[in-house]
Design a protein around this ligand. Structure first.
Ligand SMILES: Nc1ncnc2c1ncn2[C@@H]1O[C@H](COP(=O)(O)OP(=O)(O)OP(=O)(O)O)[C@@H](O)[C@H]1O
Ligand SMILES: [Mg+2]
Length: 208
């Protein structure tokens, strides 16, 4: 399995690192997974530090400080490379998006998040010339109870040249909030909890 998955959205705080880490941990059960932490805030790198201090096996997390290193990492990748990007426009983020097999864009139902998704959609459109097939897989994340997903679904339909919707929905759950406390993904604690079931479903859908 040789694949590159980039988790990206120009809006901050939508759950990019949360999804990147949980997905990586789940896929790492069967495949060789590397996380490339492209965010200057280094959330994924911090997660590994917490793992180490809790005597848990660290994940394979690397960084790329420039485009040469990024290109080399992508070229030499032999497993699943999950790229956690930061919420900003940079040459590195653009390169990661263009060179990946799949882009996942988390979003929630609030107006500000949908606006963020539409801004990211403009960003994707600006890259279509470089890669005509470019499409982001929108992942509904952090969905509060009784929220309505109709607006997200409509926006994805209206922008179906650049956006497509993943079936899996990740709800707002404390289990996701607490991954940084223990340095553990939701599927590492117990597989029977709702958050774990969601991440397992996401991993299956992504592999498909
Ligand atoms: N499904 C969820 N349920 C509950 N909390 C969530 C969920 N997804 C993310 N969060 C919380 O939302 C916050 C932002 O998540 P995260 O850091 O993963 O976002 P991000 O997109 O990586 O942010 P940044 O743009 O700063 O890199 C964190 O406190 C995280 O615990
Ligand atoms: Mg992040």
């Amino acid at each position: 399995m040789k694949k590159i998955i980039t988790i990206a959205c120009s809006k901050g705080g939508v759950g990019k690192s949360t999804i990147a880490l949980n997905l990586a941990i789940e896929l790492n059960r069967r495949y060789a997974v590397t996380i490339l932490d492209l965010d200057y805030q280094k959330s994924a790198t911090l997660f590994n530090k917490i793992r180490k201090s809790n005597s848990l096996e660290p994940l394979n997390i690397i960084r790329a400080e420039n485009d040469k290193v990024l290109k080399k990492i992508i070229k030499e990748n032999t497993g699943i490379l999950i790229i956690d990007t930061g919420a900003f426009d940079s040459d590195l983020n653009r390169m990661a998006i263009l060179l990946s097999d799949m882009v996942i864009t988390p979003t929630s139902d609030s107006e500000v998040e949908i606006y963020g998704l539409l801004m990211f959609n403009e960003y994707l459109k600006s890259m279509k010339k470089a890669k005509p097939s470019l499409k982001a897989h929108v992942l509904i994340n952090h969905l509060p109870p009784r929220a309505n997903t109709a607006e997200i679904i409509n926006q994805v339909k209206d922008n179906n040249k650049t956006l497509t919707l993943l079936k899996t929905v990740i709800k707002e759950r404390n289990d996701y909030r607490h991954i940084f406390t223990k340095g553990q993904g939701v599927t590492e604690t117990t597989k029977k909890r709702d958050a774990a079931i969601e991440i397992i479903a996401l991993a299956k859908e992504v592999l498909k």
